[in-house]
Structures are given as C-alpha cells and as structure tokens.
Design a protein around this ligand. Structure first.
Ligand code: IMP
Ligand code: MG
Length: 190
C-alpha cells in the first residue's frame, strides 16, 4: 500500500511502457478469434467488470464474430490504494438475465483473485449454462484463490500496472498501453 499521494504535478511522475499498444492489440485480436471458435452455436453473454475491464472489453467484442449481448457488473474491492481486500460487494447489478446463457466474464487483471471469486458466486446464483473467465492480465504470483482463467492475455510479474483500463486512484485508464508508474526519484508503485 502506497502512503504517498500523487499530487497531480506532471513533473513528478513518469509512465514507462510495460506492454505496448501493438502487443495488446495483436493479443486482443488473437483472443477474440479463439473465443469466436469456442462459442460457435452458444448463447453468449459478455460481462465486463466495471470499471477496469471496459477498455479491454470494447476492443475484445469487436474481435468476436458472433451474435452476443454485452452487460456490466461492478464489484467493489479496492479503495484508492493498491491492495485488494478479501471482502467485496456487487455495486452495479446486471441488467440482462443470464439464466441458461453462456457467460464470458471479461476482467482487466487477476491479482489476488478475491474479486473473481466473489463475482463467480454472484453469477452462479443466477443459473447460467456456463461461465468462463477472460482476463487481459494475470499476476500469478499474487494468487490467493484457485480460480481457473480460461483466456489470459499476458502473465505479468508482481508490479503495479496502469493504463488500458487499469487505474491508479482512478487515473491513467485512457492510456492505450499498459505501463508502470514511477516517480522522478525512481520509486515505483508496488
Ligand atoms: P483481485 O481481487 O486482487 O484479483 O483484484 C482485482 C482487481 O484489482 C482488478 O480488477 C483491478 O481493478 C485491481 N488491480 C489489481 N492489480 C492491479 C494493478 O496492478 N493495477 C491496477 N489495478 C489493479
Ligand atoms: Mg477491476
């Protein structure tokens, strides 16, 4: 958990590229093609987890060449810090019914996996036919629960990343690449 607050002065922080826009776009296209093959003839509901997964989800669905519907859930897990808590609650419900449907959860990153664990039990209570998880990033080292990830873009080291939907204190989601935030003194977020 970082104690120091970003003060908003641009000179204080630098973003280093960690996964380039080109690499992300190539991977998203590849994942979309795989999902298209796997979901032939299924009744696909794509559920993006607000807010982090939104950027990934809107790119991904454009590479899924199948009829699908798109819905959103929000689950609270983080405050403004960088550490997940075990507890989580649904703060934005689904609009659509998923009963009997083939659900694909789209997440930005699987870290401790507490969020996914809680989300899965919420979704299972609505009786979908199947549930699979698609996460752009996987911080495997941080795993605290066994949650199978069906589609993973990149497995990454234990570093705090921002961009392409991922935030630090709600900022940086709009970066087209995944980066690492560093202060001018060289210190990075953990
Ligand atoms: P988990 O419950 O620990 O798996 O956390 C998952 C959520 O934490 C993700 O959906 C992200 O919103 C957030 N998160 C985890 N790691 C990072 C990171 O490195 N950068 C930004 N957000 C992160
Ligand atoms: Mg998230």
């Amino acid at each position: 958990m970082i104690e120091r607050k970003i003060d908003g002065r641009l000179g204080n922080e630098t973003v280093d590229t960690y996964i380039s826009e080109e690499k992300i776009q190539a991977k998203v296209a590849e994942m979309g093609a795989r999902i298209t093959r796997d979901y032939q003839g299924k009744d696909l509901v794509v559920i993006a987890v607000l807010r982090g997964a939104i950027v990934f989800a809107v790119d991904l669905v454009r590479h899924i060449d199948l009829p699908l519907v798109l819905d959103f859930v929000q689950i609270s897990s983080y405050g403004n810090g960088t550490e997940s808590t075990g507890r989580a609650k649904i703060t934005r419900e689904l609009d659509l019914s998923i009963k009997g449907k083939d659900v694909l959860v789209v997440e930005d990153i699987a870290d401790t996996r507490h969020t996914l664990f809680n989300l899965l039990s919420f979704l299972r209570s609505k009786f979908p036919r199947s549930i699979r998880i698609c996460s752009l990033l996987d911080k495997q080292e941080r795993k605290q629960r066994e949650i199978p990830l069906d589609y993973v873009g990149f497995t990454i080291e234990n570093r705090f990343v921002i961009g392409y939907g991922l935030d630090y204190a709600q900022r940086f989601r709009n970066l087209p690449f995944v980066g690492i935030l560093r202060y001018d003194d060289g210190e990075e977020l953990k």
